[in-house]
Design a protein around this ligand. Structure first.
Ligand code: PHE
Length: 347
């Protein structure tokens, strides 16, 4: 019995097999336990004769099991250490790296260009009140821009206090111009700010998305003229498109919050049929601007006799498309990595 048990234990090749042998020998109904139980029924003489051999059997089986378990455990550890060894000579796995989205990148570039011209960055909330988005900007109740089909309004139970202290309907701002109002009401002139951010209009096709980006510019100071506006637009567009031969053209236009109002165009050249900013093959429209309307200055609590200024607004997405040669506005907001990679924006 003894030799058989010891041989089995020595050749058991898993911890489970050793445990099964332990139960078979030393468990409650194991063979060795069975032998130990027979001692109780023996006469003292028999017990003296057979007892030591049985006890000795139990001890050597126990010792063999302990030894076998230890051997198997250390073999398992060795195997794991060998398997988990790190090969320092293998090339590292590439780690995918993100990048700044083209729209954010353009807004950063613009902030830098305007910082050189003495402008700081101002912000306002995307959920605006009707007074700051329209009324204070001299947009009367009847103006078509207020119609439901352009503006996303919140329900009647979302009314808040407008900038004039009266109850106002809440909406998603339709342009960055309410930041003009916020800045004039919160800061003493002279003012030189740009305000980049998201704006919303109920519109969607290849060149319109319901959410898009604008950048607003506002200067309020003494003795400001249209000449300052033209110089500022020209200087920033030359810097942004990195073209000294970029010319700008102002065309009379209408915005309720500027008087006079002008739309500004930039010159382009044709390269393989593509319009590239700069040169003199033609002009393309870029944005709206003008001298801040006296009613707007007054609505913000300033005296239009003392303070004048200019404002402008441009689509940031358009500026990004023109600089990087992209053609579908909707692709900007799909988050498709293949598209971003194509334009060199993501690893
Ligand atoms: N807010 C106008 C728009 O969204 C643009 C603009 C801004 C025009 C400032 C004049 C002055 O179209």
């Amino acid at each position: 019995l003894r030799d058989g048990l010891l041989a089995d234990i020595a050749t058991a090749d898993t911890l489970d097999a050793v445990e099964a042998l332990r139960v078979g020998a030393l468990g409650k109904s194991g063979v060795v336990t069975g032998l130990l139980k027979t001692l109780g029924a023996m006469t003292p003489e028999e017990r003296q004769a057979k007892g030591p051999a049985i006890h000795d059997l139990r001890e050597s089986v126990t010792a063999a099991i302990t030894a076998r378990k230890a051997a198997l455990e250390s073999a398992a550890l060795d195997a794991r250490l060998a398997a988990e060894r790190i090969d320092m000579s293998l090339p590292a796995q590439p780690v995918p790296q993100g990048s700044v989205h083209p729209v954010s990148q353009v807004m950063d570039e613009l902030a830098e260009i305007f910082a050189d011209l003495g402008f700081s960055v101002a912000t306002g909330p995307e959920i605006e009140d009707d007074w700051r988005n329209f009324t204070a900007l001299n947009i009367p109740e009847t103006h078509p821009a207020r119609a439901m089909h352009d503006t996303f309004y919140f329900g009647d139970n979302a009314r808040a206090t407008g900038g004039d202290g009266n109850p106002a309907a809440m909406l998603l701002r339709t342009h960055t111009s309410p930041v003009q109002i916020r800045t004039m009401m919160n800061e003493a002139p002279p003012i030189r700010i740009i305000a980049p951010g998201r704006v919303y209009r109920s519109d969607s096709d290849a060149t319109h998305t319901p959410m898009f980006h604008q950048i607003e510019g506002l200067v309020i100071d003494k003795g400001i003229t249209l000449g300052h506006l033209k110089w500022t637009l020209e200087t920033f567009l030359k810097a942004y498109f990195e073209r000294d031969d970029l010319a700008i053209r102002l065309r009379p236009s209408f915005f309720p919050f500027t008087e006079p109002s002008v739309e500004f165009d930039a010159s382009y050249s044709l390269v393989n049929g593509q319009r590239v900013l700069g040169g003199n093959d033609g002009f393309m429209e870029l944005g709206g601007s003008g001298m801040v309307h006296p009613n707007v200055i007054r609505a913000c609590g300033l005296d239009p006799q003392e303070w004048q200024g200019f404002a402008f607004g441009i689509g940031v997405d358009r500026l990004a498309m023109l600089k990087y040669g992209m053609n579908d506005l909707r692709a900007f907001f799909d988050g498709d990595l293949r598209w971003l990679r194509h334009y060199g924006f993501s690893a």
